[in-house]
Design a protein around this ligand. Structure first.
Ligand code: MYR
Length: 418
């Protein structure tokens, strides 16, 4: 409101960068950073003054609630597609902590992680038998496996994982671009919220009884900081915030196919039982390949970063892709090399593909352990699968957000291990 309008008039005019962001995608912020000597990048995005920061110290600055809030930060089009209106991503302070606790209780801890990963692994092993001798698109198959696994684990009844997988993928795929992908994402969200909102009402009415402690059960019974149960639509939004990101691990599974193709050495090592190598492989996938370009919030008050003023209301972006490819943090950042994380496990605020800071106190992804564990389970499974990689478009365009292997990674002549 006024705060924003005021500081806009105080700022020097900077050409709006929304189009540059669309055209340059992941390389926009890192490119801007290389061309400036200032400790931050200044830009205008969607008509608003924005600054972009990166580096471990910036991560700590950004995830300090006294500095950055989320309440008004996420653009409407991103909420209408990716996260959902009223989602945990849009809360601050106590409201946020109480809602976030629900996600942490579901998604963290050895038991929770193993429950989800074992379920997905079973579905993968079944599906892999059906791939035998066929030509498949790894991205599509992985998204179905993940959708079926996570819904079963969450207590969400499902006849056919296909349409759910497609809707979850559409919501992620369409959040950052105008045009048909965006409208597909909005329709996918509307359909999914209606489906799960109805299901939550059935649970509350007693006509559906999910397993105790399942995500469906927990979300249906959750009480917010104000002591009230979630509106069924918000409950649907938060169930989707468990299901959709789990399905989105399909991006990394197809990236794993892409990574293994030119690297028989990595494949050989991944086939074995070396769990720490599989974890290092998971970290390197998350570091190397483009997924989250940056995350954003808004300055709560007048701030200063390394002598540069950041007026209250400024959009503050944390350059995730840039930080994950910063040669000051990762040697030879454009080489895919899982070994780097064997020698030195990632520091909390250095490797930030799913956000930084403390996940209980802040907005770091509560599903990060699940993601690493899923990739630790599926990476070796993919490595043990024998297949041919036909001629196809394996490019990963950095000007597409989110990017993906263009072909989805097609494999043929699949031979599942005995
Ligand atoms: C998910 O489905 O939640 C996982 C995919 C997350 C992609 C996250 C992209 C973050 C974009 C934030 C935009 C901030 C704009 C100010």
């Amino acid at each position: 409101g006024t705060r924003r309008a005021m500081n806009q008039s105080r700022r020097p005019p900077i050409a709006d960068s929304s189009l540059a962001l669309l055209a340059q995608g992941y390389t926009w912020l890192p490119g801007r950073r290389r061309r400036t000597t200032a400790p931050l990048v200044r830009a205008r995005l969607m008509g608003q003054h924005a600054v972009a920061l990166h580096g471990p110290e910036a991560v700590r600055f950004f995830y300090d609630e006294r500095h950055v809030e989320r309440r008004t930060a996420l653009p409407g089009p991103v909420l209408s597609t990716l996260f959902g209106h009223g989602a945990v991503h849009t809360l601050d302070g106590r409201d946020h902590r109480v809602r976030k606790e629900m996600f942490l209780s579901l998604l963290t801890g050895a038991e929770a992680v193993a429950g989800l990963v074992d379920r997905v692994s079973l579905v993968w092993d079944e599906a892999a038998k059906s791939w035998s001798g066929r030509r498949i698109v790894l991205f599509d198959e992985a998204s179905r496996v993940l959708a079926q696994g996570v819904c079963h684990w969450a207590g969400v009844p499902l006849d056919d994982a296909g349409p759910v997988a497609r809707d979850m993928v559409a919501m992620v795929d369409g959040f950052a671009t105008p045009g048909p992908r965006h409208w597909r994402a909005r329709r996918a969200r509307a359909r999914s919220e209606a489906w799960l909102g109805q299901l939550v009402e059935e649970v509350r009415a007693g006509s559906v009884t999910p397993p105790a402690g399942s995500a469906l059960d927990v979300v249906a019974r959750h009480r917010d900081a104000d002591g009230r149960a979630l509106d069924p639509r918000i409950a649907a939004v938060e169930l989707l915030n468990v299901i959709r990101p789990t399905v989105a691990v399909a991006w990394f599974v197809s990236y794993a196919g892409h990574a293994l193709r030119p690297r028989p050495d990595v494949r050989e090592r991944l086939k074995g039982d070396d769990l720490s190598y599989a974890v290092a492989f998971a970290h390197e996938l998350r570091r190397f390949y483009p997924f989250v370009p940056f995350v954003g919030g808004r300055a709560v008050t007048d701030l200063e970063w390394r002598g540069e003023p950041i007026p209250a209301g400024t959009m503050i972006l944390l350059d995730v892709f840039g930080q994950n490819h910063d040669p000051a943090l990762h040697d030879d950042p454009y080489t895919f090399e899982p070994r780097r994380f064997l020698e030195r496990p990632p520091a909390r605020d250095e490797l930030i593909p799913q956000g930084g800071g403390d996940r209980a106190a802040g907005h770091r992804c509560p599903g990060e352990d699940v993601t690493v564990a899923l990739l630790r389970a599926l990476g070796p499974r993919l490595a043990r699968l024998e297949y041919d990689v036909p001629e196809q478009d394996l490019r990963i365009p950095l000007n597409r957000m989110p990017s993906r292997v263009r072909s989805g990674f097609v494999i043929e002549g699949v031979r599942a291990p005995a």
